[in-house]
Design a protein around this ligand. Structure first.
Ligand code: IMP
Length: 175
């Protein structure tokens, strides 16, 4: 499949994704059985993952959203353009940040710092995908679906310059 200047090949099928989502949901439901967590999906990229994950959680939960702008192109510039949606309703809550993918960990670090400033009770992260740089920097992600190399992926909510979020499988850019 070609999108703009890049060729993409299928990488993780929808059925493999959903298998992993179910097992993440099972672990979270068991860890948070008495805690009424607040899921905090990071928009836009995590909308599909968050929906599939949260409907498989079988303990009473809340959902709130935070929004950040996406990459320009295929590289993390380290620049977070916007971060909106964090407010006092999160005070004293057990927060689970829902990320589509953790690359440099810059986005996560920023959100976690702001959450701590709001006086939340606890913060953990669930990410469908984690790239090598986050592992090398020891960014702590408690619940990880797939560890991948440092490659550019798209589909299942993830975009390339705004395109491709709609695909149900995950694709990676050909080298
Ligand atoms: P980080 O701040 O470098 O960890 O980047 C995290 C954010 O960058 C994710 O939430 C995605 O929106 C975006 N991102 C990182 N890697 C990819 C990719 O391979 N494809 C599409 N978006 C990505």
């Amino acid at each position: 499949m070609k999108i703009k200047d890049l060729e993409f090949n299928e990488f993780i099928s929808e059925s493999k994704v959903l298998e992993s989502v179910q097992s993440l949901a099972d672990r979270i439901s068991s860890d948070y059985s008495d805690l009424a967590p607040v899921f905090l999906p990071v928009l836009n990229g995590s909308f599909m993952f968050a929906s599939d994950l949260i409907k498989r959680i079988n303990v009473p939960s809340r959902v709130s959203f935070v929004k950040v702008s996406s990459y320009q192109g295929t590289n993390s510039s380290g620049q977070l353009k916007t971060l909106v949606g964090l407010d006092e309703s999160l005070f004293n809550q057990h927060i689970i940040i829902v990320e589509d993918i953790v690359d440099t960990g810059f986005t996560l670090e920023k959100i976690i710092n702001e959450l701590k400033g709001l006086g939340v009770k606890s913060v953990e992260v669930v990410a469908l995908l984690r790239k090598t740089p986050a592992r090398e920097k020891n960014i702590f992600v408690k619940y990880v679906g797939f560890d991948i190399h440092d490659e550019f992926v798209l589909g299942y909510g993830l975009d390339y310059d705004g395109l491709g979020r709609n695909f149900k499988d995950i694709y990676k850019a050909a080298r």
